[in-house]
Design a protein around this ligand. Structure first.
Ligand code: SF4
Length: 385
């Protein structure tokens, strides 16, 4: 399959995940003299990051509709740049989390958004559909409506992932190796075709994310710790039941958190900074309030009501957990130089960076990666897409 050339930059901005989009993202970075590193923290790119954050929240919370980024004016260069780079920023945040559940949710949100956009996009439907399907034909059905036909091979590959009797081959009209996607289930023929294309978009986003995660090194991923913490915190608050805690694996815990939990468990009197850190860190990594309260149950001065009140305050006010410097100053860092390789790293300035780095290692180990992944340089724009 060779996707058609797309010269219209408005289309590439509206659908930045298109196979033809990576070249455009690189061009936008180069034309504006922006490196990936600058995308992370340059003040003048704050609007892009805010837009990326909104798009990420819309996708992850799976709000109905196309979401906040639909309001961007794509006829201007600034609009195109904002749309494309906000998409890139959101994707980098998702990849830097090394959290598969977050990634799956983001991909679902982005592909659903594409499905909706595409279903309404008369003008661009032909070029977008032929970027994802090996063929697509539109025929007049004799009642004045267009009916879309797709090759049997595409249908057989993609339809099993969609529920509903409409998507079973026996229920589809077929002719000469082409399958008819006529209007059905309250949708037009084009919307049905867009639903099928959504599956290809999901596939390609997953491939892109996995490729990026393979290339991302600890130091680069750590630079996204703030937005990663924000989005995982939000997830844990809003969709606790669907997204179980990200810190389920105790081996991933940083020594400062581990020691606060086990000292309290043994009835040792952990100081105020240690207790606030314990609750704020628990919130940031997605533990629920009950689990956090239970860490205090063996504390020498334990009182269930006071604990519940204080933990609630920390969750409601969304306290950011203390960084390494504060924990060290307050005798809450149990690690000496040489005792933990990760803690010895210069970039390791926050326990949240520790847990993400651990998750990243586990993600790679589970995939049998050789660990010798290439580094994604923070200063190069060329490898951004
Ligand atoms: S160096 Fe930082 S992450 Fe490691 S144990 Fe100390 S405070 Fe925790």
């Amino acid at each position: 399959m060779k996707p058609p050339e797309i010269e219209d930059e408005g289309i590439l901005a509206r659908y930045p995940f298109l196979p033809q989009g990576s070249h455009f993202i690189r061009k936008v970075l180069q034309d504006n003299g922006i490196s990936v590193s600058e995308l992370i923290d340059e003040p003048w790119l704050e609007d892009v990051r805010i837009r990326g954050r909104l798009r990420l929240i819309d996708s992850v919370l799976q709000k109905d509709g196309i979401g906040s980024s639909s309001s961007i004016d794509l006829s201007t260069d600034v609009g195109k740049m904002t749309e494309v780079l906000s998409f890139l920023h959101a994707m980098l945040v998702v990849c830097a989390s090394f959290d598969e559940r977050l990634m799956t949710r983001w991909i679902e949100g982005e592909s659903s958004r594409a499905d909706l956009l595409l279903g309404m996009d008369d003008d661009n439907f032909p070029v977008i559909s032929s970027s994802y399907l090996s063929g697509v034909r539109a025929e007049d059905n004799g009642r004045g409506d267009l009916e879309y036909w797709v090759p049997l091979t595409d249908f057989i590959e993609l339809s099993p992932r969609i529920s509903g009797s409409y998507w079973r081959l026996v229920n589809r009209p077929m002719r000469d190796g082409w399958v008819c996607l006529d209007a059905g289930a309250g949708e037009t023929s084009r919307q049905r075709a867009a639903r099928l294309i959504k599956e290809r978009i999901r596939e390609s986003l997953l491939r892109d994310c996995e490729g990026r995660m393979e290339k991302m090194d600890d130091e680069f991923a750590a630079r996204f710790s703030e937005p990663v913490e924000r989005i995982t915190g939000l997830l844990s608050e809003r969709v606790e039941a669907e997204m179980p805690m990200t810190a389920a694996i105790r081996d991933d815990w940083p020594p400062c958190f581990e020691s606060a939990v086990s000292e309290l468990n043994q009835g040792v009197n952990v100081n105020h900074v240690g207790r606030v850190f314990l609750a704020a860190f628990s919130r940031a990594v997605g533990l629920n309030r009950e689990q956090t309260c239970s860490f205090f149950a063996n504390a020498p001065d334990y009182d269930s009501e006071t604990t519940a009140y204080q933990v609630n305050q920390i969750y409601e006010r969304e306290y950011t957990p203390h960084g390494c410097a504060t924990l060290k100053t307050n005798a809450r860092c149990p690690v000496q130089l040489g005792e933990d390789q990760l803690c010895d790293q210069e970039w390791l300035t926050h326990p949240l960076k520790y847990i993400r780095a651990k998750q990243r290692r586990r993600y790679r180990d589970e995939r049998g990666s050789d660990g010798g992944a290439k580094e994604e340089s923070g200063s190069s724009s060329a490898n951004a897409s």
